[in-house]
Structure formats: C-alpha cells, structure tokens
Design a protein around this ligand. Structure first.
Ligand SMILES: C[S@@+](CC[C@H](N)C(=O)[O-])C[C@H]1O[C@@H](n2cnc3c(N)ncnc32)[C@H](O)[C@@H]1O
Length: 155
C-alpha cells in the first residue's frame, strides 16, 4: 500500500527532514510512505490568504491518488489510539486502495480539502506546528505497521 503524506510547506529544518526519514525508511516493502510537499505561497502583507489557501488546496487534491482514502489531519478530528490506527491501516490494506493523509499550512486545511475527507484524524487537542506533524505521523505509521507485523518496536 502507498500512503501519500501531502503536506503544505517545504524547505524544513534539518531535524524535521531527519526525523521524517528516520521513521519512513524503517517501513517494509508492503507499506510505502511518500512525502509530497506543497509549496507554501508567501503570505505578504495584503495578500488574499483565502485565495492562496485555495490554490494550495487544489495542488493537494491533485497530488492525491485517484480512489485513495482521504484522511485529513485535524485538531478536531477523531483521536485514534495507535492500535486504532493499526486497525484502520489493516482495513485500508485489505481494501486494495491507497491513502492520502492531508496536513494543512499555518491557517489549517482549506474547506475544499476537508470536504473530501473519508476520515479525520486528530493527533491531540494541541495545535502542533505542521513540520512536527509530519514527523509524528511518520512515527505513528511506523508504530502501527509494527503492530500489524508483530514487530517488537511497539511494546
Ligand atoms: C499549524 S496547524 C494549523 C492551525 C490552524 N489554526 C488550525 O486550526 O488548523 C497546521 C496543520 O497541522 C495539522 N495539525 C496540527 N495540529 C494537529 C493535531 N493536533 N492533530 C492533527 N493534525 C494537526 C493540521 O493538518 C493543520 O492544518
């Protein structure tokens, strides 16, 4: 199965890139986690932020695979345990469909992306910075995969 992590923002600090790579590279051949970065347009003074967000949202939706499960990362989404994530992941694998996980930029996800959500996943009630979200998601995807594989990483 392929999981696309479609995330607004690029040119991350080294610790973000390293953290993401650390977990994504541990996954086995049956689960490929691909990061797709959507460049954040500059929010200069007087910019029409809604229009910029709309443009980024269009790029996010275009990056999702046809027929993918669309999972939006939302503070007000459903708070899944890692076991619940593993359960969902097992279901997605059985369905034969790939997954697109959507992470918004500084203002959050545009309504056009939220409208496409099959599921909404909350990591916590805290507002996390979007660079950190991709690292936590990669670690949780790896942890959930290790549950499905009976790998000792998840204790
Ligand atoms: C800095 S946050 C955006 C904050 C924005 N004010 C909002 O309410 O969504 C950037 C993105 O990170 C993701 N994110 C941040 N905290 C999260 C959390 N606790 N659970 C899930 N996703 C989160 C969401 O996709 C969000 O659009």
């Amino acid at each position: 199965m392929r999981v696309r992590l479609i995330s607004v923002g690029s040119k991350m600090p080294g610790w973000v890139d390293e953290g993401y790579k650390e977990y994504s590279r541990r996954l086995g051949a049956d689960l490929k986690l691909d990061l797709i970065e959507i460049p954040l347009n500059r929010r200069s003074k007087g910019a029409d932020v809604n229009r910029l967000q709309e443009k980024e949202a269009g790029q996010m939706l275009a990056a999702a695979g046809q027929g993918d499960w669309v999972v939006t990362m939302e503070i007000k989404g459903k708070p899944w345990s890692t076991e619940k994530l593993a359960d969902n992941m097992g279901g997605w694998m059985h369905s034969g469909r790939n997954v697109s996980l959507m992470v918004g930029g500084p203002e959050g996800l545009h309504s056009s992306v939220m409208a496409q959500a099959d599921l909404r996943w909350s990591l916590s009630p805290l507002t996390l910075p979007h660079p950190l979200v991709r690292v936590v998601v990669a670690e949780q995807v790896y942890r959930a995969w290790s549950i499905l594989k009976n790998h000792p990483y998840h204790k």
